[in-house]
Design a protein around this ligand. Structure first.
Ligand code: COA
Length: 163
C-alpha cells in the first residue's frame, strides 16, 4: 500500500456530460436522483485517485438543487478531496449547468461526501495523507473536520433511533 501523501490537485476531477432525454422528468429537467448518482461517481473518482483503494460511500451531506438543468445542457461536476482522516476522507463535489448555445454557467449544487477505504475482505484501510499547502486548503480542511464531527453525531443519532 502506497501511503505517499498527495495534493488535492493530484486527484481533482472534472466530469462533463450532456443531459439526454432519458435522464429527465416530463418537464425536461434532469432528475434529482440522476444528479445524486453523478455526484457519487465524481466524488468516488477523486477519492479513488487519492487512495488507489476500494471505497464505500459512508455519508452524503444535505443536498440542494438551486437551479434546474434542462435536456440538451451540459452538467459539469468538479470534485476535490478536502480532508483526509484515518481510513476515511471527505470530498467536495460542485455541480454546474452550462447552456450549450450560450455557454452560460450556473452552480446548481454543492455536496460533501465521505468515503471509507476498504480491502476486499471488508477490513478498513489507511489512506494517504493530504498535503495541505495553502491557507485556503487549510481552511477547507478545518471546515471538513467540523462537518465530520456533526456527521458522526448524526450517525450516532440515526443508529440509536427506533426501527
Ligand atoms: C461506512 C462503513 C464502512 C463504516 O463502517 P464502521 O464499522 O461503522 O466503521 P468505523 O466506525 O470503524 O468507521 C470507519 C471510518 O469511517 C468513518 N465513518 C463511518 N461512518 C461514517 C459516517 N456516517 N459519516 C462519516 N464518517 C463515517 C469513521 O469516522 C471512520 O473514519 P476514520 O477511520 O477516518 O477515523 C459501514 O457503515 C458500511 O459498510 N456502510 C455501508 C456502505 C455502503 O454500502 N455504501 C453504499 C451506499 S448504501
Amino acid at each position: 500500500m502506497d501511503l505517499t501523501p498527495k495534493r488535492a490537485s493530484d486527484s481533482a476531477t472534472e466530469m462533463v456530460q450532456v443531459v439526454l432525454p432519458n435522464d429527465t422528468n416530463p418537464l425536461g429537467f434532469i432528475l434529482g436522483g440522476t444528479v445524486m448518482h453523478l455526484i457519487d461517481i465524481a466524488g468516488a473518482i477523486a477519492c479513488h485517485r487519492h487512495t488507489r483503494t476500494l471505497l464505500v460511500t459512508a455519508a452524503v451531506d444535505d443536498l440542494q438543487f438551486l437551479h434546474s438543468i434542462k435536456v440538451g445542457d451540459l452538467i459539469i461536476l468538479r470534485s476535490r478531496v478536502t480532508c483526509v482522516f484515518t481510513t476515511s476522507l471527505e470530498v467536495q463535489v460542485d455541480v454546474f449547468s452550462e447552456e450549450t448555445l450560450t455557454g452560460r454557467r450556473q452552480r446548481t449544487s454543492r455536496a460533501f461526501l465521505t468515503f471509507v477505504a476498504i480491502a476486499r475482505d471488508g477490513a478498513r484501510v489507511r489512506v494517504p495523507k493530504l498535503l495541505v499547502e495553502t491557507d485556503e486548503e487549510r481552511r477547507v480542511c478545518e471546515e471538513a473536520q467540523t462537518r465530520r464531527a456533526a456527521r458522526l453525531q448524526r450517525r450516532l443519532e440515526v443508529s440509536q433511533s427506533e426501527v
